[in-house]
Each structure stands twice: as structure tokens, then as C-alpha cells.
Write a protein that binds this ligand. Structure first.
Ligand SMILES: [Zn+2]
Length: 908
């Protein structure tokens, strides 16, 4: 026997998590063991690679981060334990608008604006801001246990990635896939820039639907006063109307097709056109068309070759095309034009209308669709290639139902506006010549025009959409456009994991860019997780006040509890409802693991270091081993199918309901027998716990690593005979993943035998609880079985112990002629059980009496407590109050006495 290894009584995640994380990182476990930059590299071993969805450099940890980190870390740890070289590339996104706003806010506090300090100084300050705050999000991601290779951390604006962006832009330009021109885009009047669709949020808001008359130009006397009724939510856009559209089959308006209409107030004459896009049920069934300020109208305008007349300037004020309203703010003009139309008798009615308002995600103001001269990517050829890569199976999307959505989006894709009127970002590598007016597009900063060699050139002031650089992420982070060892070995990556909400904005763009620039799909699998909602399924938002802060939750319940909750509560692509209660329950699971571990370690002290006889496995030993193997097989199958949540639930159930609740209880009896029995029981305990900790490690890395360390130390110092089947490697994080073995013939038989024993014990326990027999009270039983007589004889001591049967009143027989009198019969398969409650009932009656008495006394205590807390204690004579106080004290003493008696009876 060796001395007991000290293991703390309770799992203290606070003292553990940071220490363990530092240990892993210091040992270099986060770096791939097969590294193309190091000696002994073997290029023939396939690595497992994930690039992190780069969080914004301005980011602060929210549950969305916690979710993707948990899922990706789980995959990385699983593959690492399977022995594959794994690489998880971390990094952050420069987040153009978000970061620029942070710095502008700081400037405003000093009473400055960015135009006052100029571009160069502004960028200097923004880099300084990034140096100071940009690492916060990484530290928060570390707290989640993320096993990223931090030595390979990238930033979308770092030197290498900036070069990748240049290369991509120039290549697309040279191929004719990038052009500059006027098109309809989302304009943020507050931020003074084009914004991407992703940066626009739609809110429901009550508004007004304005009905008015579109007067027609009469071609004869009879047509005097003819008009088409039209409805709009934005009357100020009437100023930019260039057509009225009706449905070609609409009998109300068919006869007007081809006629001319008159723009209210301005008097401009525009055509009446037919287009099937028009919804005959909506409003009046006719549409005003403003191609310069509405996405759908823009499409119609292109189809019909309509004039596009912008009426808003960049600050959303009416421009020179707006006649008398020029210079007015858009909302002011809305009121004024309507007033003037009322006066002119052109209005019909107004009705309340629920509008879907597009707002800038950052600035909050209403975004205007506007025609603007910007840089665009001609997306169709790229989209076609991206469609094909998924259609032919080179990329698989999980869950599969998102494939259809992906196809649908790519089939209807519009050219992508990539220029932003910001300073923080990748500046567009285009120089304009003041001499000849031509463009120079270059990978390196030119000093002269490539056409006329004039040095009188200037660079485009705009920067690129952030998604342009994050679209290159899987390969730019590995060194592209250079043919680096990392790029050669780790690209294409294996899995891209992210929320389904950015399938288009990011995932589709990476696929397009990967195929275009590297000729390969950037990953094999797209795994999409759902969004996290509150416990009632509502979206989490600051206004609702139901946001859960992952940092707070980790402080209170530990990282493992949060990770396990997120992982086990989710299925691919489905939203998850999260409550803190669930996290608390999983904190209890971490404690359960710890307590089971403490028992296993303590059992070693009671086991000899070597057996004398060859193994004599008990039924329970064989059963838990068979169930362990079945669980390993099932978990492996689920992992292969990306059903991580279900895998977690299976391990949880096995650990809690089978290992802890059944096997450990039986092991306690077996260990007490000492000798070989204790040795083999301890060996089983060590093996099963070791396997469970390995399976649980990707879900709950901290508690498993810590406990496994204690287990290893205790077992190794006790005897080499306790080495588990996969050995004792340096640390759990790199311990081999349990290999699933094919099921063996004996397994099914042992499982079914043990199930019978479990059912017998459960049946007796249920009866006990129905009859209110205290846990500690022993009861008598007669078991009758012919077929399982041998099995039950062997297992009688286990049944007696776990069902708390009285050995003196216990018998096992093969047959019974008469049903025994006064006993309660139970049937479990072919086994009959007759329970003798005679002694227990005396107990029970006594317990019932005591409980009744306690109930009465408790009522008295309450009554007196209320009385003494009321006016009475101040108003009544002190002697009387004192008397009541004395009564209360007496009752409380009596209650204590009865409680003690109840306790003793319940213990039996
Ligand atoms: Zn020139």
C-alpha cells in the first residue's frame, strides 16, 4: 500500500482553470505536433484545421463567441486526442465602422473630430487604440479554454493579410471582375458611408401608408381627370419617381399602360409601365417607381431602362432635383410635400401601416438606398463556382437543409459593393492620374501613372468592406499569396464553424474567394450552429434585459459548466434556449465527476498492488465494462456525424446513471471484501473513470484534466498494475481518444442479466417509496425464481444491500405453492417478490405520528412568531408578552426533539 494522494474535497474551478490553461499553453499542446516549419515534419499525415471566425477587435465576449469557441474547441480537442496534427488559427477582424466609431468617440471627448486631425493622425490613434484594447477579446476567449495556436495569431490589417487583400483586389481587377460605377447601395447618412447588408438591421415600427392620385396626361377631352391611385410610405421619394407601374393583367389599370403620368408638384411627365413584379393586392395595386432610392424599383428601372433620378444628398437632404424642397431634411420634406399635395387635391387617404425600417446597426439612423459611385465585384462568375463546389459535394454544409438556402442566395446574388467611405481599413489600391485621367491599380504603391508617367496622381480615399478581407481568411492567415510551408500543409482547412446567420456574408464569400484565388474550396465542411435565446425562446437584447453575460456565468459556475450547457443543449443549425439554471445543474455535474473521482482514488488505498489469482470479474464489473464500450461506440458514431450535443448527453447519462449511481454503489461493497476482489474492482474503477474523463474532455476540459492528473498520480504511485488500456500519457489533453471496439459476444448476456438485477432493485425501491418506508429501514423479502435462481443467488448480497433488505428475513426459493399472507407481491419478469413490511410499518406509523405532531407544533411556532412581530409586543403588558415568548421557546425546543427522533427513525 502506498500513501494516499491528496485531492481536494471539492472541485475549485477558480483555482484550477487558469493554472491548467497556462500549463497546456506552456507545454505547447496547442501547436500542431506535425509542423511544416520544424524538423521531422511528415507531409503525408492529414492535419485537422479550423480558422477561427475572427471576432471584432472591438469585441467583448458574448454568448455567440462562447458558442463558437465551445464547438470549435470541442472539435479540435477530439481530433487532437485522435492523434491528428491539429491547428486552430486564431485572429481578429479590424471591424472598419465599429473601430472607427470607438476612436471617434474618444476624439469627441477631447472636443475633436477626425477631419480636424487628418487621416494620418487618425490612423495613428486607431492603431494605438488597437494595441491597447485589441487583446481583450483574446483573453476572454482563453478563459473559455480555447486551445488555439496563439503563436499563429493574425489580424486582418496586419502586414501579411494586407498584402493578401491587395493581391486579391488587383487580380480581380485585372480579370475584369472589379469595376467602379453608380449602383444602388445602402447609405448611412449618419456615418457618411456605404454599409453592407449585414450592417443593416430591420425594425418593425408603426408608420403611415399615404394614398394619392397619380394624374394622367389626358389625350382627349374624355380622359380629363383620370388618375391611378398609388400608395407609398415615403412621399418624399415621389420627387424621384420615373414611372408608375401596374400589373399587366390588372383589369383596373390595363387601359392606362403606355400613357403618361404627371409627377405631383414637380409636373414632370413619366410613363405608365406594366411589370409582373407589381403586387395587385398591396395598397392600390399600382406602384410608383423610384429607381434611385429603392432596391426593387431599381431592378424594375434596369428592366425598363428608366431614368434614375437621385433626390437625396449624402446627408439625406433633398438635392437640386427636388424642386421647391431642395435643402430640406428627408423627414421635413415628407411632411411638406404631403401638405402641398393635399392643397392641390391630389391626396386620397392615409392609413396606419406597420413598416420594416432599415437602420444602421452601428449608428442607429435610418439607412437610405441610394445610387452611388462605388467599387463593385462582378459576383456572378464567382457565385457560379461557389454553387458548384457545394452541389458536387466538395463542400458539405451541416445541417444539410442550409444547402438549399445557400443555393437560393447565390442564384439571386447582386454585385457586391466593396468600397466604404471610412479611414480604418484596407485602402483601395487605385490611383487616379490628374494628367491623363486614367487609373493605376497596383500591388505596390506607385509613384507615377502607369499610362502617362505623370507623378501627379492620388490614391482613392475609400477603404474596402471588412468582408473583403475576412473572405480571404482561411488562406491569408496561412501565408497566401506566398507559398509558405503553413499554406502548403494546412490549406485547405477542414471545418468552418460559425452561426448560420453569417452563412452568406462570410461563408459564401470565403468559398468564392477560396475557389477564385487558390483554386480549391477553402474547407471541406461548413458546420452551422444556431443562435442562443433566453430560457423562454426570446432573442436576447439589452432592451429586453435578458442578456446573459458569459463572463459572469463563468465567474459563478465555472467554464466547464457553461461549455457543457452550450454544447449539450444544441443541435446543428437550431437555436438554443439558455437559462442560468441549466448552467447551475451542469456545475453540479462537474462536482459529481469530482466526487466520483475522489471515491475511485480512495478505493486504490484499499486494493492490493497485485492480484494473486487471474481476473474473476463480477457481474457488475462485466456489465459496466460492456456499457462503457457501447457508450464509446455510440459517442464515436455521433462525433462522426457532428451530433456533439447528443454525444454529450450520452456520456452524461452513462456517467451519472450507470457509473456513479450503480457501479460505484456496488464497488463500495466489492472493495470491502478486500483481496483480489478489491484489486479488480479498483482496476475497473480506474479504467472506467479514465475512459469517461477522456470522452468528457472536449466538453469539460478543465475539471477532467485536473481530476485525471490526480487519478494518474494516485494510480501510478500505487502500482503499475493500474495502468489503463490507453496508458498514462503526459496530460489528458493529448491522451489518446478511446478506440471503439466491436461488441463481444458476452456483452449482451451480461447487460441483460444486470438489467434484471437493476429492475428487481428498482421495483423494491419504488414500493418502499410508495409505502413511505424510510430509506434506512430494512424490510424482509422472499424472491421466487426458477430460471434465474443461480444468478440471483450470486447477486443476492448486492440486491439486499441496494434495496436495503433485512438479511434475517430474506429468502430465495425456486418455487412457492401458496402466496404468503400479509406480504406485498411484485413481479419482475419471471421473478416473483413478496415484500414483508411488518416491522417497517410499525416504524412508519411511529413516523407518521411524529410528523403530525411536528406539523402542529410548527403551526404554533408560526402563530407565535406572527403575534410577537405584530403591534401586540409593543401594546400588551410586558409580562404577558414575556409569557408568550417563553411559550415560543418551549415549542421550538420540542420541535427540535421531534426532528431528532424522526431523523433516527429514518436512518433505521
Ligand atoms: Zn496619367
Amino acid at each position: 500500500m502506498t500513501e494516499q494522494t491528496a485531492i481536494p474535497k471539492a472541485y475549485q474551478f477558480k483555482n484550477t482553470e487558469e493554472r491548467i490553461y497556462q500549463f497546456w499553453e506552456k507545454q505547447g499542446y496547442f501547436q500542431p505536433w506535425n509542423d511544416p516549419n520544424k524538423e521531422g515534419f511528415n507531409p503525408n499525415i492529414k492535419p485537422f484545421v479550423i480558422s477561427i471566425p475572427p471576432p471584432n477587435v472591438t469585441g467583448e465576449l458574448h454568448l455567440g463567441h462562447a458558442m463558437f469557441v465551445s464547438v470549435e474547441d470541442l472539435m479540435i480537442r477530439y481530433h487532437r486526442m485522435k492523434g491528428e496534427p491539429t491547428l486552430w488559427v486564431p485572429g481578429s477582424d479590424h471591424a472598419g465602422i465599429a473601430t472607427q466609431l470607438q476612436v471617434e468617440k474618444a476624439l469627441a471627448a477631447e472636443g475633436l473630430t477626425r477631419s480636424q486631425i487628418g487621416r494620418e493622425e487618425f490612423l495613428r490613434r486607431t492603431w494605438a487604440w488597437k494595441e491597447k484594447y485589441g487583446g481583450i477579446i483574446f483573453n476572454q476567449i482563453r478563459r473559455l479554454g480555447a486551445s488555439c495556436d496563439w503563436t499563429r495569431t493574425r489580424f486582418t490589417l496586419d502586414e501579411g493579410l494586407s498584402r493578401a487583400v491587395r493581391e486579391a483586389f488587383v487580380r480581380l481587377y485585372e480579370k475584369g471582375l472589379i469595376y467602379r460605377g453608380p449602383r444602388l447601395i445602402n447609405w448611412s447618412p449618419g456615418l457618411q458611408t456605404a454599409v453592407s447588408d449585414l450592417e443593416v438591421e430591420y425594425t418593425q415600427q408603426p408608420g403611415t401608408l399615404y394614398y394619392f392620385k397619380y394624374m394622367l396626361v389626358p389625350e382627349n377631352e374624355e380622359q380629363q381627370g383620370e388618375f391611378i391611385p398609388v400608395a407609398t410610405t415615403r412621399p418624399e421619394t415621389i420627387l424621384g419617381d420615373t414611372a408608375v407601374a401596374v400589373h399587366p393583367q390588372d383589369e383596373r389599370y390595363q387601359r392606362f399602360i403606355g400613357r403618361k403620368a404627371i409627377v405631383p408638384i414637380l409636373g414632370r411627365v413619366i410613363p405608365v409601365i406594366a411589370d409582373e413584379y407589381v403586387d395587385r393586392e398591396f395598397g392600390s395595386g399600382a406602384l410608383k417607381i423610384t429607381p434611385a432610392h429603392d432596391q426593387n424599383d431599381y431592378e424594375i428601372g434596369l428592366r425598363h431602362g428608366l431614368e434614375m433620378i437621385p433626390v437625396l444628398d449624402e446627408t439625406a437632404h433633398i438635392n437640386q432635383n427636388g424642386g421647391p424642397y431642395q435643402g430640406q431634411d428627408r423627414f421635413e420634406a415628407r411632411i411638406n410635400i404631403w401638405k402641398d399635395m393635399q392643397a392641390a387635391g391630389l391626396t386620397i387617404k392615409e392609413e396606419p401601416y406597420m413598416m420594416n425600417i432599415p437602420r444602421s446597426q452601428r449608428g442607429g439612423e435610418i439607412v437610405e438606398p441610394m445610387i452611388s459611385t462605388q467599387w463593385f465585384v462582378k459576383i456572378k462568375p464567382l457565385a457560379d463556382a461557389a454553387l458548384k463546389a457545394v452541389a458536387d459535394g466538395r463542400i458539405r454544409i451541416i445541417p444539410e437543409r442550409f444547402t438549399k438556402i445557400y443555393f437560393n442566395w447565390l442564384e439571386n446574388i447582386q454585385d457586391w459593393c466593396i468600397s466604404r467611405q471610412l479611414w480604418w481599413g484596407h485602402r483601395i489600391p487605385v490611383w487616379y492620374c490628374n494628367q491623363c485621367g486614367k487609373l493605376t491599380v497596383s500591388r505596390t504603391d506607385p509613384t507615377e501613372c502607369e499610362h502617362c508617367h505623370s507623378t501627379n496622381i492620388y490614391q482613392d480615399p475609400d477603404v474596402l468592406d471588412t468582408w473583403f478581407s475576412s473572405g480571404l481568411w482561411p488562406f491569408s492567415t496561412l501565408g497566401w499569396p506566398d507559398d509558405t510551408p503553413d499554406y502548403r500543409y494546412f490549406y485547405p482547412t477542414t471545418v468552418l464553424e460559425t452561426g448560420y446567420d453569417i452563412l452568406f456574408f462570410w461563408v459564401a464569400r470565403m468559398i468564392m474567394a477560396g475557389l477564385e484565388f487558390t483554386g480549391k474550396p477553402p474547407f471541406e465542411i461548413v458546420y452551422l450552429h444556431g443562435l442562443i435565446r433566453d430560457e423562454h425562446g426570446r432573442k436576447m437584447s439589452k432592451t429586453t434585459g435578458n442578456v446573459i453575460d458569459p463572463l459572469q456565468v463563468m465567474d459563478e459556475y465555472g467554464t466547464d459548466a457553461l461549455r457543457f450547457t452550450l454544447l449539450v443543449g444544441s443541435t446543428p443549425g437550431n437555436d438554443t434556449n439558455l437559462s442560468v439554471k441549466k448552467v447551475e445543474a451542469n456545475r453540479n455535474f462537474a462536482n459529481k465527476i469530482w466526487n466520483a473521482g475522489r471515491f475511485v482514488i480512495s478505493s486504490l488505498a484499499q486494493a492490493p498492488t497485485q492480484p494473486i489469482q487471474p481476473p474473476q470479474w463480477t457481474l457488475a464489473d462485466s456489465w459496466i465494462w460492456a456499457r462503457m464500450q457501447a457508450t464509446i461506440r455510440e459517442v464515436e458514431r455521433l462525433f462522426q456525424n457532428y451530433q456533439f450535443g447528443e454525444a454529450g448527453r450520452q456520456i452524461y447519462d452513462f456517467f451519472w446513471s450507470e457509473f456513479a449511481d450503480w457501479y460505484i454503489e456496488i464497488a463500495k461493497i466489492q472493495i470491502q471484501k478486500g483481496g483480489d476482489q478489491a484489486f479488480y474492482t479498483a482496476k475497473t474503477l480506474v479504467n472506467i473513470l479514465d475512459l469517461c474523463l477522456r470522452l468528457l474532455h472536449p466538453f469539460t476540459p478543465f475539471v477532467t484534466e485536473e481530476l485525471w492528473g490526480h487519478l494518474k498520480k494516485a494510480a501510478m504511485s500505487h502500482s503499475s498494475a493500474f495502468e489503463p488500456i490507453h496508458g498514462w500519457p503526459e496530460a489528458l489533453i493529448i491522451a489518446p481518444w478511446p478506440t471503439p471496439r466491436p461488441s463481444e459476444d458476452w456483452e449482451e448476456e451480461k447487460v441483460s442479466q444486470f438489467s434484471l438485477i437493476q429492475e428487481i432493485i428498482r421495483a423494491i425501491r419504488n414500493l418502499r417509496s410508495e409505502k413511505g418506508i424510510p430509506l434506512g429501514t430494512k424490510i424482509g423479502a422472499t424472491l421466487v425464481s426458477s430460471q434465474n435462481y443461480g444468478l440471483l443467488t450470486e447477486q443476492m448480497s448486492i440486491i439486499a444491500h441496494l434495496a436495503n433488505l433485512d438479511n434475517r428475513k430474506l429468502e430465495l426459493i425456486t418455487a412457492i405453492s401458496d402466496k404468503p399472507q400479509g406480504k406485498i407481491p411484485l413481479v419482475v419478469g419471471e421473478v416473483e417478490i413478496f415484500i414483508d413490511l411488518s416491522t417497517a410499518v410499525d416504524h412508519r406509523q411511529e413516523l407518521e405520528r411524529l410528523n403530525r405532531e411536528l406539523g402542529e407544533i410548527t403551526q404554533q411556532i408560526e402563530r407565535l412568531n406572527n403575534l410577537l412581530a405584530s403591534e401586540f409586543s409593543r401594546k400588551a403588558p410586558p409580562a404577558i408578552v414575556e409569557k408568550e415568548r417563553q411559550k415560543l421557546a418551549d415549542f421550538m425546543m420540542a420541535a427540535d426533539k421531534i426532528k431528532k427522533q424522526i431523523n433516527e427513525l429514518e436512518k433505521g
